[in-house]
Design a protein around this ligand. Structure first.
Ligand SMILES: Nc1ncnc2c1ncn2[C@@H]1O[C@H](COP(=O)(O)OP(=O)(O)OP(=O)(O)O)[C@@H](O)[C@H]1O
Ligand SMILES: [Mg+2]
Length: 881
């Protein structure tokens, strides 16, 4: 827009000269942040102009006005500074970016127009406002960089400062992104052309939450330099990141974006952690969703999930850490036991636990408070909140003095009461400071002599005048001398005309009024300027003192965050202990062995369903000899899905260090858990196609190892019976023969139970039901052995399907069963487990020969008309092919 003036050559600037240079400021800021809505500070408002104004008016429902008139009119919309945060968040939640353009100078000290500049760009991934964030969840900004067949990822929660990186094969990039679940993703704008499939997948996943960046943002050398500068290290190898890793450019682009949006050093990002998958029990996206760890499949809610059951943490930091523990349980025995022993110690010491939790209950979100300090957004109450939280540390250390478990002991040692920090804040800040920073009331009396004097002058002006008057009367001997004030001359000394001759020499005559002469003295004028300015100066000084304190605190961030992390962990451990006691969980035995043995296991979520009947506990036994694969059959609604999930959940809980819902458990650690629900059953997915199911099965078969736990629910049901049965059969064989992964397979194909007698590692279980006059009663008890029938028709009847329909179905069933008798043995007799590489065709099903025979057998010649006979003949011919 600047160029308009230039283009117009000698044209005069618009009449109102104050608006035009300001609009230049606007355009300069806009040019710098073209893809953000610009909030342009003007006094008590943030104004938006031009297209931004129209957008904001539409999205926020605020009035669109205009600045200037006629041809010069500029669309404008504004939000009051006080209410700005709400509007800002609404825009960001809708996927907009907002650039905040502030007044950089104090208008009181500037003649004419104040300087303005963008101080921050707010985006979904860089939010730090507590109002905008879920306290118990992380808000990640994630950068993705693709290098050949590898992808590097770097992500940070700016509201807490935790930054991590990982590398994954390109094929798993989208999966990994989904697992992290970022609020915003950064990637090169070239990615969508060079890798359209990945691009499409990311768009599906994140939609408008993708911010594309210029390729130079991912430049390796620039990234190296930026990271080395931020972390003040010579090489990133200390973080375990190799120089040529694809996560270096990702991390560099991330830092670049953070700095560009925050305009502050972000000192609370202290280090980069490597997300090392080899340490963790890996759960893919489908597994996380199927086990309902964080969200239910049907409604996407937290109620009814594992996290909801396990989470008794008292601090947001603890809650976020528990999320991480659940998303990434451990794989090595020792670290698991270290956590478990700490939980056990707290579970076994009710008083200690209660006291520890009472103290934790007083602790605020230290991580997010520190982030506000680091980004210069903390106000005085934040600092007091921080201090109040840190005040709990010393007593907590005392309470934990006697702990025995290695982990608790180490955590206690990590706790730093930070007395120096606490005292510095308490010494500086007033007890009940306001939320604003520029209006005074922040600093404690007695902290700064200069401030005290300024305040004194402002509040005690009257006293001073009285004292000064008395002094002057004594000095001059004029009893009628008075000190006065008016807005034109300020302070003055007044002497009646009769006495005026006795005025001392240093009195400067200023004014003559009716009865008196008025004077000033240098001392009086000094004082006057002090008084008039003192309030303002006190406010400025308070602000400076506050900022100084905040900067001092910023230097202590590493210490504060270390203590915060220890508090978070203690919170998680004490929370798990609390749940263990409340919910009657036991400590599982953990070892490297191959046995999973759960006695009287319960489903942690289903058992708490208040509407359900009493939960029936069930045992699980898996090993790698005779119980490698469990085939679980039984009627609908019997509890098959519940049982196989509960087994997986108990393993997962055990490996994250928690106690488990069982009376006894022994868990030989697993490296991955895979769960798949057949597409026909998968209610959570709108694209419930058989293809998706098979892709995920392929994923399992390609990635599962002998240490994995595989949980399959009704796989194969998405296609015709024969296809599905054949696939299910082959999958079990493959898991049993090739992968040798411990497997639970719930299925309606009771024919599969035949495998139990044929393969050594396959055992059959079923859910017992009691049949009574054609009715069934669910016992929810898992017992040894297979079933030879389903109970779909009975269930349909229970559900109120019309009686005639049920009878008809029963008749059809009898017919069908006669038809396919001996199907399973035939499949099995296909020979040894299927050679999946080989070209051997599965001629599983009826040959044309037998179908012809069957068809012929059905014909009742006495009741066949000639026409029917002809049609039949044609059909038989077609069958022969
Ligand atoms: N052990 C148990 N004790 C008490 N109730 C249970 C138990 N297991 C399952 N249930 C109840 O039975 C209901 C059905 O369980 P589930 O979905 O596991 O059955 P299913 O055999 O998988 O059925 P379908 O064949 O239709 O998939 C659950 O909603 C739960 O309320
Ligand atoms: Mg089921």
């Amino acid at each position: 827009m600047k160029s308009i003036y230039l283009d117009r050559g000698g044209l005069e600037r618009p009449k109102s000269s104050t608006t035009t240079p300001m609009m230049e400021q606007f355009w300069a800021a806009k040019k710098e942040q073209p893809d953000a809505l610009l909030f342009f500070r003007m006094g008590d408002f943030y104004e938006l102009f031009h297209e931004d104004a129209k957008t904001a008016s539409r999205e926020l429902g605020i009035t669109l006005t205009s600045r200037a008139k006629g041809a010069d009119a500029i669309p404008m919309a504004g939000v009051p500074v006080r209410a700005m945060e709400g509007y800002l968040m609404r825009l960001v939640k809708k996927g907009f970016k907002v650039a905040i353009c502030e007044q950089l100078e104090d208008p009181r000290h500037v003649q004419g127009m104040v300087d303005r500049g963008v101080v921050r760009v707010v985006t979904a991934g860089t939010l730090t406002e507590e109002n905008a964030l879920e306290a118990r969840e992380n808000n990640y900004l994630l950068a993705l960089y693709v290098m050949g067949a590898e992808a590097g990822l770097a992500w940070v929660d700016l509201s807490t400062g935790r930054m991590r990186t990982s590398e994954v094969p390109l094929a798993r990039a989208a999966e990994e992104v989904a697992g992290i679940g970022p609020a915003e993703l950064l990637c090169s704008n070239l990615l969508f052309d060079s890798l359209p499939a990945l691009g499409a997948e990311l768009r599906d996943l994140l939609g408008p939450r993708i911010s594309t960046r210029d390729p130079w943002c991912f430049d390796r050398e620039g990234a190296q330099r930026a990271l080395q500068k931020h972390f003040k290290v010579a090489t990133l190898e200390g973080f375990g990141i190799e120089e040529d890793s694809p996560s270096v450019p990702a991390a560099g682009a991330l830092m670049e974006y953070v700095e560009a949006t925050q305009r502050s050093a972000c000192e609370h990002i202290l280090r980069i952690e490597r997300a090392d998958a080899s340490q963790h029990l890996v759960l893919d996206r489908a597994t996380r969703s199927c086990l309902e760890l964080f969200r239910t499949q049907r409604e996407g809610r937290r109620e009814g999930t594992l996290i909801e059951v396990l989470d008794a943490t008292l601090t947001p930091m603890g809650a976020r850490m528990l999320n991480e523990w659940v998303a990434q349980p451990l794989r090595q025995v020792e670290p698991i036991l270290e956590r478990q022993r700490a939980v056990a110690e707290l579970a076994g010491a009710p008083f200690l636990r209660e006291e520890v939790r009472a103290l934790l209950g007083q602790v605020l979100d230290i991580e997010r408070l520190v982030a506000k300090v680091s980004t210069g957004r903390a106000h005085a109450r934040d600092l007091l909140g921080l201090v109040h939280s840190l005040d709990q540390v010393e007593p907590l250390r005392t309470k934990l003095a006697e702990v025995q478990s290695v982990r608790l002991f180490a955590l206690r040692e990590e706790l730093d009461p930070l007395r120096d920090v606490v005292e510095r804040v308490l010494r500086t800040l007033a007890d009940d400071p306001p939320l604003t920073l520029r209006e005074g009331g922040l600093v404690r009396p007695g902290f700064s002599p200069e401030l005290d004097e300024l305040r004194d002058i402002a509040t005690h002006g009257k006293d001073w005048m009285a004292r000064f008057q008395a002094e002057e009367i004594a000095r001059t001997g004029i009893p009628s001398l008075k000190v006065g004030f008016n807005s034109v001359f300020g302070y003055f000394l007044e002497i009646p005309h009769g006495q005026a001759a006795r005025a001392p020499e240093n009195y400067v005559r200023k004014q003559t009024v009716k009865n008196a002469e008025r004077y000033i003295t240098p001392e009086l004028k000094d004082y006057e300027s002090k008084v008039l300015k003192s309030e303002e100066r006190a406010r400025d000084l308070e602000y400076d003192l506050f900022c100084k304190l905040r900067d001092e605190l910023a230097r202590e961030i590493p210490r504060i965050l270390r203590t915060a992390a220890a508090l978070a962990q203690i919170d998680v451990l004490a929370g798990l202990a609390q749940r263990a006691v409340e919910l009657r969980y036991v400590a599982p035995e953990i070892d490297e062995g191959e046995v999973i043995k759960i006695v009287e296991g319960r489903h942690p979520v289903v058992e708490r369903n208040p509407r359900a009947e009493a939960f029936v506990p069930n045992d699980s036994r898996l090993n790698r000899t005779d119980r490698l694969v469990t085939i679980l059959t039984g009627p609908n609604m019997a509890g098959k899905s519940t049982y196989i999930r509960q087994t997986a959940l108990i393993v997962l809980m055990a490996q994250l260090g928690s106690f488990v819902p069982a009376s006894e458990a022994k868990i030989g650690v697993v490296d991955r858990i895979f769960t798949r629900i057949g597409s026909a059953d998968d209610i959570g997915r709108n694209a419930s196609t058989f293809m998706v199911e098979m892709i995920e099965i392929a994923n399992i078969l390609n990635n599962a190892t002998a240490r994995s736990l595989v949980v399959l629910d009704e796989v194969g049901r998405g296609t015709s019976t024969f296809d599905g049965l054949a696939l299910a059969w082959a999958i079990v064989e493959h898991l049993h023969e090739r992968i040798r992964a411990r497997t639970l397979f719930a299925t309606h194909y009771h024919q599969l139970t035949d495998l139990g007698t044929r393969l050594k590692g396959v055992c059959n279980m079923n859910v017992s039901v009691r049949e009574w006059h054609d009715e069934i009663v669910f016992l929810h008890k898992i017992v040894e052995g297979g079933t030879d029938r389903s109970y779909g028709i009975q269930v349909a009847r229970l559900a109120g399907v019309p009686r005639e329909l049920v009878e008809r179905a029963r008749a059809i069933l009898v017919d069908l069963e006669e038809d396919h008798e001996g199907l399973a043995p035939r499949i099995a007799n296909q020979g040894k487990p299927v050679d999946l590489q080989g070209s051997q065709q599965l001629g599983l099903f009826e040959s044309p020969q037998s179908r012809l025979e069957k068809e012929l057998a059905k014909v009742d010649i006495d009741r066949t008309t000639p026409l029917e006979a002809l049609l039949l003949l044609r059909k038989l011919k077609q069958m022969r092919g």
